[in-house]
Design a protein around this ligand. Sequence first.
Ligand SMILES: [Cu+2]
Length: 169
Amino acid sequence: MLKFCKFMLGVAIISSAAAVPAHADAVVRVTLIDKSGMPDLSNSMRFGMGMHGDMKMARMGINISPKVVDRGKVRFDVTNIASKLVHEIIHARIADENRVLSYNTVKNTVNEETLKTLGQVAEIGPSKSASITLELKPGKYILYCNIAGHYMAGMWTVIEVMQPWGRTA
Ligand SMILES: [Cu+2]
């Protein structure tokens, strides 16, 4: 629980892109993409983390730049470049990017409670932007969208947070 509380302290600031940006040690540009408008989500696709799907074939995705940052305050500037769909972004700590996440095949969503969620931005409309600043310790973090079907359609990525001298704690 103590560990969890520490993570919650990292949930610092959620603001619109128009607000004065929070001071951050690093800025990560996050782009939410979907290639085909509304995909058929009746069949769960299998582009989730650790599933070794060919991500070039994924219908949705999250691009980030850079993919590795130093520990500290990290501001994520998120833009949804989808033409029609609303997306969200959830940040959670993960131990291993090859692990398959716990998934509810009825709801077509990741079981969020099985992850250590650090923060999220809900409902980013098409062409809209938002930002969130998190205090991140060394380790790996997943960014994903948990609107039904989107995660399995490929809407996730992993960012690595390093010690400044380049070693993961
Ligand atoms: Cu989405």
